[in-house]
Every structure is written in structure tokens, then in C-alpha cells.
Design a protein around this ligand. Structure first.
Ligand SMILES: Cc1ncc(COP(=O)(O)O)c(C=O)c1O
Length: 478
């Protein structure tokens, strides 16, 4: 196994975590309706539910928070953030907001009308839902290679330009109020998009006069993949690459909870003044005055610093190294994962690991529940529970192409020995895969059902032995 760069930081403050015993974990997941979102954080040992808002901040960020200017209007902290955004993203206007989906909501409210279509590589669940909530149709046009988890393509987040062109010609530009792309492509395995592809997407949208917005939550991770994998970029800094990415677009929506290296925050940025004015009115209605947008001044300070820290190369080298390390551990154990791994997460192919569970019995959710039962690790299903939906014309359920379980790595939070433990637990889980049951829904709202759905196992699983060595583990308070 290759040597991976160690953490380019040392730990100054710790938070203790504990592994509940097996019986307590069983009771917890039953109480949560077999939905990992329903667990209390104290019931979790290692939390890989998301990399969103779970980052550890630096001493520089914490120090800057003390300088937060909490003025209602015209706060100093707003102008510090504006400087950072100008330096990295380069758009003419921006509005802070409390998180990524607020930016999506504002963008959809301003631009999307019922019956319109919004293409992207793969829309994330909240983007998808925000478009649907306005009566629009999100359309995913990622390259075919993205659907083959074993295929090692350097930029599996790329959009299929041929499909995009055919789609635009078929639907007609009048019914496409904006075009998007997500970097990195979270719902498609956290895969990066190349600059060559971004350029082609931008040119295509431009040719048809369609405004182009980048969902840029993980822009720095995407930029570093470009540096490592795309010819001509090895000598460029992640900042230079980021600027080149954003120069191709008309705007961006950003959840700062990822590559902003903070726990809350986001923004929407654009070049079009008329759109900015419309978005600003929406922001005042939904989030707050344009110089704070639903955030405290101290949050704006932390984001301004986080956006710069995330572009440091030693950080990005370690960040991608951590994911690669976990992926290599799992591959050595013959656990099927999406290859090559992205930067923020490793995705297990649940359909391949649990072939006895059909898609309508949620193989991804079954695996995620079992990983929790086995070792107190929380992951998230990104498969039928999150993405299956009834076709509006036929009412038939449309299933996603992949049934994934995502192990998202919070930034600067877990060490390599935590990752070793994760790999061990997944090995134990896979060893008993035939005993893992499918699930049925007992409650599900129409939109974003995976957050609050309730499920039941289809047959009583013979869950794992009480004597497993993992139940005896617990961390000390040190
Ligand atoms: C690609 C992508 N877009 C948008 C969002 C929404 O951001 P937020 O959770 O801050 O609302 C997420 C969150 O995970 C995401 O991964």
C-alpha cells in the first residue's frame, strides 16, 4: 500500500466519542425507524453520514470568529468574505445565505417555472428537490462511464456533451432557464469534472444562450483533481485552477459547509445584475439582509478564511490521501466501491455486495443499517431510498442506476486509525452479508423522503453475534 500524507496539522482540542454496546445500538436503530438520520449523535461512534458542516475549524478561523462584526447592515465581516469570494470565484455579485440549499432555493425561485428542464451532470438531492418544488424537471446527463462503478476514468463527473446537445435541441431553449454542473459530482460518487469538460459545457450553454451555474460545494477538491489528472495543470495552483473553472460560468451556488471548512454557511454568486437584484429580494424575504444572509458576522469571518485554507496544497494532498487510503483498505478486503474514489467520500456498491436484496427493498439502506449495528458507524444511503421517484406520466417507480452507501469523511476530523476501524467493521459486515435483510417503508414524505422515512426489516435478521470483538471497543476521554 502506498504511503499517504499524514495530517498537516496537530490536534489542540478533542471531543470524546463512545461506542455503545450492541443491544443499545439495536434499540437505537429500532427507535430511529431504521433511518440513520433519526439517531442521536451520542449513539454513534464514527459519524460518516456527511462531510457537510462537520468540518473541524482551524485556530485561525476560531480566532477570526471573535472579530465577527454583528452589525445588521454593512458588517466588516461581509466585506472580508466578499474579498475572498472575489479572489477565488471572480463573479461580479454574491449573496451570503445560511447553506447550499438556500442558494438553490433562491436560484430556483428566480429562474425555474413549471414544466421547465434543468440539465446537469447529476443534481444533488436538495437541488433536485428545489427544482421539482418549483414544478421543474431536473435532468442528469453525466457520461455513461459514471454508471460503471468499476471503471477507472479520471473524470467520471463529466457531462456527456453529445447528450446535452441532443437534449437541448429536443426540449428547446425556451424550456431550459438555466444549465448546471456539480463539482465534484456528489450524487454520482463524488467524481471530479475536468476543465476540458467544463469548457465544453460552458460553450454549449453559451451557444444556446442558457445561463450556466456551477454547484461548487467541493470546488477545491475538484481543482486538485484537475491538477493531478488533467494534462497542462500540474504546475498550476488550486487557486489558479479554481479561477479558471469559474471564469467559464455565469454563476455558482455554494454550500460553504464543505470546502468552506465551516459548520454552517453558503452563498450564491453571479454576473447578471438583473438576476442579482431579483435574488437579493428573495434573500431578504427568506434569509436576511444582503450583508449577512441568515448568518452571524462571525460565520462570515470563518468562511472567508476557510475558503482560502481549503486551497492549500498540503491540506488537499492529505484530504485526497485519506479517501484513497480508506478506498485501498476496502478494495484489499474485496468490498466493491466506486472507483477511483472521489475526494470527500468512499462509496460502497451495495447492489453488488448484497445481490440478494432487490432495489425495491433498499439494499443501500440495508447495508447502512447493518454497518451501524456492527460497529456504531453512521453512513448514508444514496440509492433507491434517496433517489427513486414515480414517473409523472406512467406512475411507475424509476430507480437510480446505482445503489450506493456513502462513507463521507468530515474534513480534519478523523485520523488514520479511525479509518482502520471503519475498514474492520465493514469487513465484519460483509462477512455476514447473506443474513442482511431487505427493508420496506412504513412512512415516507413525497420529497426528500430519506431524511425522515421510517422503515422495517422484511424478515427478522439474525444480527451479529454478541461476542464480536468490536462491541468491546470504546474510546477513552483523552
Ligand atoms: C453537491 C451538493 N449540492 C448542494 C448541497 C446542499 O448543501 P447544504 O447541505 O448546505 O444545503 C450539497 C450538500 O451535501 C451537495 O453535496
Amino acid at each position: 500500500m502506498a504511503i499517504h500524507p499524514p495530517e498537516p496539522f496537530r490536534i489542540k482540542m478533542v471531543e470524546s466519542i463512545k461506542l455503545l454496546d450492541r443491544k443499545a445500538r439495536e434499540a437505537a436503530i429500532r427507535r430511529a425507524g431504521y433511518n440513520l438520520f433519526g439517531l442521536r449523535s451520542e449513539e454513534i461512534f464514527i459519524d460518516l453520514l456527511t462531510d457537510s458542516g462537520t468540518n473541524a475549524m482551524s485556530q485561525t478561523q476560531w480566532a477570526a470568529m471573535l472579530e465577527g462584526d454583528e452589525s445588521y447592515a454593512g458588517a466588516r465581516s461581509y466585506f472580508r468574505l466578499a474579498e475572498a469570494i472575489e479572489e477565488i470565484f471572480g463573479f461580479s455579485y454574491f449573496l451570503p445565505c445560511h447553506q447550499g440549499r438556500a442558494a438553490e432555493h433562491i436560484l430556483s425561485t428566480c429562474l425555474v417555472k413549471p414544466g421547465q428542464y434543468i440539465p446537469s451532470n447529476t443534481h444533488f438531492d436538495t437541488t433536485d428537490a428545489n427544482i421539482r418544488a418549483r414544478g421543474g424537471h431536473p435532468v442528469n446527463l453525466v457520461i455513461d462511464e459514471a454508471c460503471d462503478p468499476k471503471l477507472r476514468h479520471p473524470f467520471k463527473g463529466n457531462m456527456d456533451i453529445h447528450k446535452l446537445r441532443i437534449f437541448i435541441e429536443k426540449v428547446g431553449v425556451k424550456r431550459i432557464p438555466l444549465g448546471m454542473i456539480t463539482v465534484t459530482n456528489n450524487a454520482g460518487g463524488g467524481q471530479p469534472v475536468s476543465l476540458e469538460n467544463l469548457r465544453a459545457v460552458s460553450e454549449t450553454y453559451k451557444e444556446f444562450g442558457i445561463p450556466f451555474f456551477i454547484d461548487a460545494c467541493r470546488f477545491a477538491e475538484n481543482a486538485y483533481f484537475i491538477k493531478l489528472r488533467e494534462s497542462g495543470y500540474a504546475a498550476k495552483s488550486p487557486l489558479e485552477i479554481s479561477r479558471e473553472m469559474f471564469a467559464l460560468a455565469d454563476g455558482a451556488i455554494v454550500s460553504a459547509k464543505k470546502d468552506g471548512l465551516v459548520n454552517i454557511g453558503g452563498f450564491i454568486a453571479m454576473n447578471d445584475e438583473a438576476l442579482f437584484e431579483q435574488a437579493r429580494n428573495e434573500l431578504i424575504l427568506q434569509e436576511g439582509f444582503p450583508t449577512y444572509g441568515g448568518l452571524a458576522g462571525r460565520d462570515l469571518e470563518a468562511i472567508a478564511i476557510g475558503l482560502r485554507e481549503v486551497l492549500q496544497e498540503d491540506y488537499l494532498r492529505y484530504r485526497l490521501g485519506q479517501t484513497t487510503y480508506l478506498a485501498e483498505c476496502l478494495l484489499q478486503l474485496n468490498i466493491p466501491i466506486v472507483e477511483p474514489p472521489g475526494a470527500h467520500a468512499v462509496y460502497i456498491d451495495a447492489e453488488l455486495l448484497l445481490p440478494h436484496i432487490p432495489q425495491d427493498q433498499f439494499p443501500g439502506q440495508a447495508l447502512a443499517v447493518q454497518i451501524y449495528l456492527e460497529g456504531g458507524i453512521r453512513t448514508v444511503e444514496l440509492g433507491s431510498l434517496a433517489f427513486a421517484y414515480p414517473d409523472t406520466e406512467t406512475d411507475q417507480i424509476v430507480y437510480p442506476q446505482l445503489e450506493l452507501v456513502r462513507l463521507a469523511l468530515p474534513r480534519r476530523v478523523y485520523t488514520q486509525s479511525h479509518l482502520n476501524y471503519v475498514a474492520e467493521v465493514i469487513e465484519e459486515t460483509a462477512a455476514r452479508r447473506e443474513q442482511i435483510p431487505g427493508y420496506r417503508l412504513t412512512y415516507a414524505p413525497k420529497l426528500l423522503r430519506h431524511f425522515t422515512a421510517q422503515l422495517k426489516p422484511l424478515k427478522q435478521a439474525k444480527f451479529f453475534s454478541e461476542t464480536t470483538k468490536l462491541t468491546a471497543l470504546s474510546s477513552s476521554d483523552q
